[in-house]
Design a protein around this ligand. Structure first.
Ligand SMILES: NC(=O)c1ccc[n+]([C@@H]2O[C@H](COP(=O)([O-])OP(=O)(O)OC[C@H]3O[C@@H](n4cnc5c(N)ncnc54)[C@H](OP(=O)(O)O)[C@@H]3O)[C@@H](O)[C@H]2O)c1
Length: 349
């Protein structure tokens, strides 16, 4: 006998929310029960694309009227805390897009509330589910390159999208551009170096190319280090073209190198490779699936279906979301103050 579908309520039907909608609708054990979007244009588009879903202009009306298992929050980042709080208080599990929230205090409040109420909290660090970036973690865990000492995660791309109502270019609503894309790379590097514990120090540099928005950095680099001397470099430019990402990890025995290129971040036909050197021989690792955020999102929804059924834990949970947001915000502070920052217990929930 088939099991009842996991009921999803999607909040936000913008550029990324529409990919979430499709991934939910395509999953055989998920049902896209409701969609929230404030503008009439987005509500009309949502109703046309998903006639079986109930459409709302406010998430509180959805929570009051529809019985949901998972609330999927894909709204501008400054709205995350309020929506996540209401969804947890309504007893739902959460898939909360990165960044969890714009301040460490807000991230911590979400993590604590979810824990108190027994709600599962998955944070949108879907790159962990990639056939490519996830395979790097498995190579490290198998000990193929020995103990990792150095991680580089680097991206060059074209400028960010504006976002609905221009929120992504408004410092008050986006919080920090480091919270937009580099946050994924902080998460990956910290995940790869998990054997070294947690980072203890961070230093960052950033430069905007537009005098009208000096705090939104087109060029950004940060280095963070561990008590055992291992360190990671996270670097991104938005002043480039297309979308090209590199990861390099060097260990006590060997090293690896992965690259991903596409005309756009969401291309369905990227080129990607992973080369692993175990200290003796070099292997070109065949990737089992396409790598890219659109493919990883499908895996993330599948993981949330299992999470809602109590069969899996989130691949990145609230603690990870708090750490990645916290490192981004500390990088902002390091740039502002022009100095390295010590990391204590401030990112523990
Ligand atoms: N994990 C990833 O790889 C990834 C990739 C991209 C984005 N993101 C994250 O996903 C979030 C959304 O990004 P996006 O690019 O999709 O933004 P977007 O294109 O601007 O879409 C935002 C959507 O949220 C809706 N919205 C705005 N305020 C709302 C509110 N108070 N309640 C309910 N809905 C509201 C907007 O409604 P209207 O359309 O009606 O204006 C729009 O549909 C951001 O936090 C971003 O950082 C994550």
């Amino acid at each position: 006998m088939s099991r009842p579908s996991v009921q999803f309520g999607l909040v936000g039907f913008g550029a990324w929310g529409q990919f979430h909608a499709k991934s939910i609708a395509d999953h055989p054990e998920a049902r896209l029960a409701a969609i929230v979007a404030p503008s009439e244009a987005s509500r009309t588009a949502a109703a046309k694309a998903y006639p079986g879903a109930k459409i709302f202009s406010d998430h509180r009306a959805m929570l009051a009227q529809v019985k949901l298992d998972v609330v999927d929050v894909v709204t501008p980042s400054h709205t995350h805390r309020a929506i996540a709080t209401d969804a947890i208080e309504a007893g739902c599990h959460l898939l909360l897009e990165k960044p969890m929230a714009l301040t460490v205090e807000d991230c911590r409040a979400i993590v604590r509330l979810a824990r108190e109420r027994g709600c599962k909290l998955a944070v949108g660090h879907e790159l962990r589910l990639s056939s490519q970036w996830g395979e790097i973690k498995r190579v490290i865990e198998r000990g193929v390159i020995g103990e990792p000492h150095y991680v580089l995660v680097e991206l060059s791309r074209k400028p960010y999208r504006q976002g609905a109502d221009g929120w992504r270019y408004d410092a008050a609503r986006v919080g920090s551009w480091v919270l937009e894309e580099p946050i994924h790379f902080f998460d990956l590097a910290r995940w790869y170096l998990a054997g070294a514990g947690e980072p203890v120090e961070l230093y960052a540099k950033g430069k905007s190319r537009d005098a009208a928005r000096p705090g939104l950095f087109d060029n950004f680099s940060a280095m963070f280090s561990y008590a055992n001397g291992a360190y990671a470099v996270v670097s991104q430019t938005l002043a480039a073209f297309e979308h090209h990402q590199t990861v390099k990890v060097a260990g006590s025995k060997g090293a690896l190198w992965a690259g991903w290129s596409g005309a756009l971040d969401r291309t369905l036909e990227p080129t990607a490779f992973l080369r692993v050197f175990d200290g003796e021989k070099l292997e070109n690792v065949a990737l089992t699936r396409h790598s890219g955020e659109v493919f990883e999102l499908r895996e993330e929804i599948a993981q949330c279906v299992r999470m809602a059924r109590g069969e899996a834990e989130p691949i990145a949970d609230g603690r990870d979301g708090l750490w990645s947001a916290g490192l981004c915000l500390l990088a902002e502070q390091s740039i502002r103050e022009g100095r390295p920052m010590k990391i204590g217990k401030e990112f523990s929930a």
